[in-house]
Design a binder for this molecule. Structure first.
Ligand SMILES: Cc1cc2nc3c(=O)[nH]c(=O)nc-3n(C[C@H](O)[C@H](O)[C@H](O)COP(=O)(O)OP(=O)(O)OC[C@H]3O[C@@H](n4cnc5c(N)ncnc54)[C@H](O)[C@@H]3O)c2cc1C
Length: 399
């Protein structure tokens, strides 16, 4: 299929759907082309960062996210909020709590919003060549758009095989993260959710069978654990790459299409959603210089995530030297200054765009300062929470 209208978004993953909603909110005729005929139900991200939550809440999506998160918490027996995440399996971070929410539930919310605002979503539409108008590749790590438009995508190759699955287990597998002489295994917070890492090269295949997963789990954990049934499973790795620019003429990239890295610290989805938020309103203006600030602002943010995920891979390796380095970093994280710096980096709360203005708040996310409006108090973020009417009008609290 060939791309056309005002803006074509390729890929109806979370990033493409949010971008479509942002463009439609600005009145841009937007079409999303998605090769799959139905949403994939493979397990991927299960949480969004507190900062991403605040960003989506500014678009009035807070109540929908809260409801979905609480529904999943009841059904899957996990806490909707509380954890502040980890760095290389070191659960010592502080800062904004994560919001537990499956990627599928988030995609449903974003798709409903994009459609409500007038975006068109065509499923079963695989893009194989580029058309006229702006085209944004939100088509994931193996982006076709990136290849067709000739973007460079340098980086480092895969060195490990990671698995994430929800399975019925027989035998004793402890909760939490565990490093062993052969890798890492983790269990929870959802019952039967297992994460495994073997540091012996990239995946030989993307297919996960009950037998192959059970064998890997036994190798890594050294325990007599059996897999009775796999409900969902994915294989992942630490291929780490970033497009050198996010724009070539009328073609742009966002989300995994622009950057790939291992899922350590749960940063990829947040990074991509924040790309979409940064790009949407700029692209809607059609102002070329403003659109160029998208690469200028977002490229350094992803570059830093790539670096910290590479560091996490190195720290979690099972060899004796890496184990000592991991222990040392664990000790350093007990120092408040180190802890707050690493927490802010993983949670993306210290992002500051270059504005040319020296004020310490210039270029940062609006802080949650208290606001008094004569009727009571609220915070800046809550005060900006927008209610989007079907005609696209945004009314702010107090309007
Ligand atoms: C095991 C695992 C765990 C993860 N855990 C976390 C986590 O805890 N926190 C976190 O923040 N991130 C996590 N991530 C990362 C997160 O899932 C990704 O960053 C996120 O899915 C990227 O979204 P996207 O919209 O850019 O791309 P995708 O979700 O890959 O969506 C791309 C879409 O484009 C479509 N498409 C592809 N090619 C074409 C084409 N030619 N034409 C039309 N459509 C096309 C695809 O079908 C797909 O629907 C995890 C990833 C994995 C694999």
């Amino acid at each position: 299929m060939k791309a056309s209208p005002d803006v074509t978004v390729v890929g109806a993953g979370p990033v493409g759907l949010l971008l479509a909603a942002e463009l439609a909110l600005q009145g841009v005729r937007t079409t999303v082309l998605e090769r799959l005929t139905a949403r994939a139900d493979t397990i991927k991200a299960q949480m969004i960062s507190g900062r991403t939550y605040q960003m989506l809440a500014m678009r009035g999506l807070g109540p929908a996210i809260d409801a979905a998160s609480e529904e999943e918490a009841d059904r899957l027996s996990w806490r909707p909020r509380g954890s502040t995440g980890h760095f290389a399996g070191l659960f010592k971070l502080d800062g904004l709590p994560l919001v537990m929410l499956s990627q599928q539930a988030l995609e449903r919310i974003l798709e409903a919003r994009a459609l409500e605002l007038g975006a068109e979503i065509r499923r079963g539409a695989e893009v194989t060549e580029l058309g006229s108008g702006f085209v944004v590749g939100c088509d994931g790590g193996r982006s076709t758009v990136r290849g067709l438009a000739g973007f460079d995508f340098p980086g480092t190759n895969a060195t490990l095989t990671g698995y994430q699955a929800v399975a019925d287990l027989e035998g004793d597998l402890p909760d939490g993260w565990h490093r062993t002489p052969t890798g890492v295994h983790a269990h929870g917070p959802l019952k039967g959710r297992v994460m495994l890492i073997e540091y012996d090269g990239p995946p030989a295949t993307r297919e996960v069978t009950r037998e192959s997963f059970e064998a890997a789990l036994r190798r890594v954990s050294g325990r007599d654990v059996r897999i009775k049934r796999i409900h969902t499973a994915t294989v992942w790795t630490d291929n780490t790459r970033q497009a050198t620019t996010y724009r070539r003429g009328d073609v742009l990239l966002a989300g995994d299409a622009a950057h790939v890295h291992s899922p350590f610290g749960g940063q990829g989805l947040n990074l991509g959603l924040q790309d979409a938020f940064n790009l949407g309103w700029k692209l809607a203006t059609g102002d070329s210089a403003l659109i160029d600030t998208y690469t200028a602002e977002r490229h350094p943010v992803a570059a830093r995530v790539l670096r910290n995920t590479l560091a996490q891979v190195a720290l979690t390796r099972p060899d004796p030297r890496s184990r000592e380095l991991h222990a040392l970093v664990g000790d350093l994280l007990d120092l408040p200054e180190v802890r707050s710096r690493i927490s802010a980096m993983v949670q993306g709360t210290d992002i500051r765009y270059e504005t040319g203005c020296a004020h310490p708040l210039a270029g940062t996310f609006v802080p949650g300062l208290d606001l008094a409006d004569g009727k009571g108090t609220t915070t800046v973020v809550d005060g900006l929470e927008a209610v989007v009417r079907p005609d696209g009008h945004i009314s702010h609290i107090g309007e």
